[in-house]
Design a protein around this ligand. Structure first.
Ligand code: CMC
Length: 429
């Protein structure tokens, strides 16, 4: 017998169905709540609200579990390529060799940007944060591919938009970066691998040989996989809600990029490295900064700590911490902030404030140290997150569209003035 929940309001009992997911998580289906009772639910920050049913990513925050389409993140991060994982997220299954090859070839064909898009980059001062440039350039793609804004576009047209986005985002990301450094833009070398081509566009100099360090390319591959999807987080929910209005994929992804930029979300990776540098230049007294983070009168938060859903450990952080040690030693990089980060982590993990609130290092805590070892400047860290998250955003947008989900439109509890009469300006006090 299917389960139900009874809710008693003003002495009257109402019955609501229980929805159960494939991993046993349960929800009360309140779709008819307002019609039946006149009440709505209030859940600021959506802490207990399921916005959708999704078959893409499973996450158990209590157990520290993360799986894409059923495959554990640990296996994907150590064995798969980013394009393979992207295919899995977007199309639902791991690709065969032939499917992956076809996906790669299609992506390779679209890595170049329309020459006119250069003007978008030219329009920004070099002080522009690459995340702002990234979202603007992605938005501008609607102008070059107007077919993408048709909400009734064919499946083939949509698939072409997906491939274009996967192909062009690394080029846009690299150009945003080079533009911010006043460096000449490098055209893609599509025959290189996805990560290798990105590194080439980032770091190569015109008319000079450029050797791609396989350690760097491999590290990038792992980081992109770890960021590839994370179910209904802030930026993904943004992508879905924008997409629910039948906005184009480019517009929805541009909105997701803007949401990701926030320091409480993906922007935390830049904040972490800047915080660690600040602690170092302040003498490295981690206890002082722990005390600041605990002080409710001090706005300082320990960046890279805490997570809305992980209340045990963030499995991505575990992989990244280990990768951080490996990569720094392989590259022969000695970054003193790594020691500060480890000390800070230990101090927090032994402090009742952090223990009671279940605050653990998240994906952003160690990723910045790796990005810096790979030669990236801190304002590019969130761009790297966006590059990794792209297939997840695409998969979620596609799922919403395939399920013909209705437009996202939350309700509210109004707390403003009740009705009052307009007062002409000359009579106002
Ligand atoms: N430093 C100090 N105190 C913290 C921190 C922190 N980093 N995070 C949470 N707290 C405290 C918070 O003050 C609150 O205390 P109290 O109960 O006394 O009021 C309690 O812990 C619960 O915090 P919350 O802000 O209500 O929790 P939330 O689920 O709304 O926020 C968060 C989650 C990630 C925004 C938050 O932990 C945070 O601001 N962390 C730092 C920013 C960060 O690292 N963000 C990256 C998240 S992972 C990447 C991604 O977005 O996917």
């Amino acid at each position: 017998m299917s389960k139900e929940v009874q809710i008693i309001i003003d002495g009257k009992t109402f019955h609501f169905p229980v929805i159960e997911g494939s991993e046993g998580e349960k929800a009360i289906d309140i779709a008819k709540l307002r019609d039946l009772t006149g009440y709505i639910t209030l859940d600021t920050g959506y802490k207990n609200t399921g916005a959708t049913k999704s078959a893409i990513t499973f996450l158990d925050g209590e157990q520290g579990v993360l799986r894409y389409r059923g495959y554990p993140i640990e296996q994907l991060a150590s064995k798969a390529s980013f394009l393979e994982v992207s295919y899995l997220l977007i199309y639902g299954e791991l690709p065969t060799l032939a499917q992956l090859e076809n996906f790669k070839i299609r992506i390779q064909k679209h890595t170049n940007l329309h020459e006119d898009i250069k003007k978008v980059f030219d329009g920004f001062p070099s002080s522009a944060h690459p995340m702002g440039v990234l979202s603007s350039a992605v938005s501008s793609l609607t102008a070059y591919y107007p077919g993408s804004i048709d909400p009734n576009a064919s499946e083939d047209e949509i698939d072409l938009t997906i491939v274009r986005l996967m192909a062009k985002l690394p080029t846009i990301a690299a150009w945003s970066y080079r533009n911010s450094k006043g460096m000449p833009l490098m055209y893609p070398k599509p025959k290189l691998g996805y990560c290798e081509n990105f590194l080439y566009m980032m770091f190569a100099q015109p008319n000079e040989d450029f050797d791609i360090d396989p350690v760097v390319a491999e590290a990038l591959n792992t980081l992109l996989i770890l960021h590839a999807d994370h179910e209904q987080n802030c930026s993904t929910s943004t992508v879905r809600i924008v997409g629910s209005a039948h906005a184009s994929l480019y517009s929805s992804i541009a909105a997701g990029i803007n949401a990701l930029w926030g320091p409480l979300h993906g922007g935390a990776n830049q904040e972490v490295i800047e915080m660690l540098d600040q602690i170092k230049s302040d003498g490295g007294d981690t206890q002082k900064w722990i005390a600041k983070a605990k002080d409710k009168n001090d706005p300082f938060r320990l960046m890279g700590f805490g997570h809305r859903v992980y209340k045990n450990f963030d499995p991505r952080a575990k992989i990244i911490k280990k990768a951080c040690d490996d990569i720094l030693s392989k590259l022969g990089v000695n970054d003193p902030v790594l020691e500060i980060a480890k000390e800070l982590e230990q101090a927090a993990l032994n402090d009742p404030y952090f223990v009671e609130r279940k605050l653990y290092p998240n994906v952003d805590f160690y990723s910045g140290i790796i990005y810096r070892a790979l030669g990236l400047k801190s304002d590019l860290f969130t761009v790297m997150f966006a590059l990794g998250r792209l297939p997840g955003w695409i998969a979620q947008w596609k799922e919403l569209r395939d399920a013909k989900e209705p437009i996202g439109r939350p309700r509210q509890i109004y707390t403003g003035h009740t009705t009052r009469e307009y007062i002409p300006i000359e009579k106002r006090k």
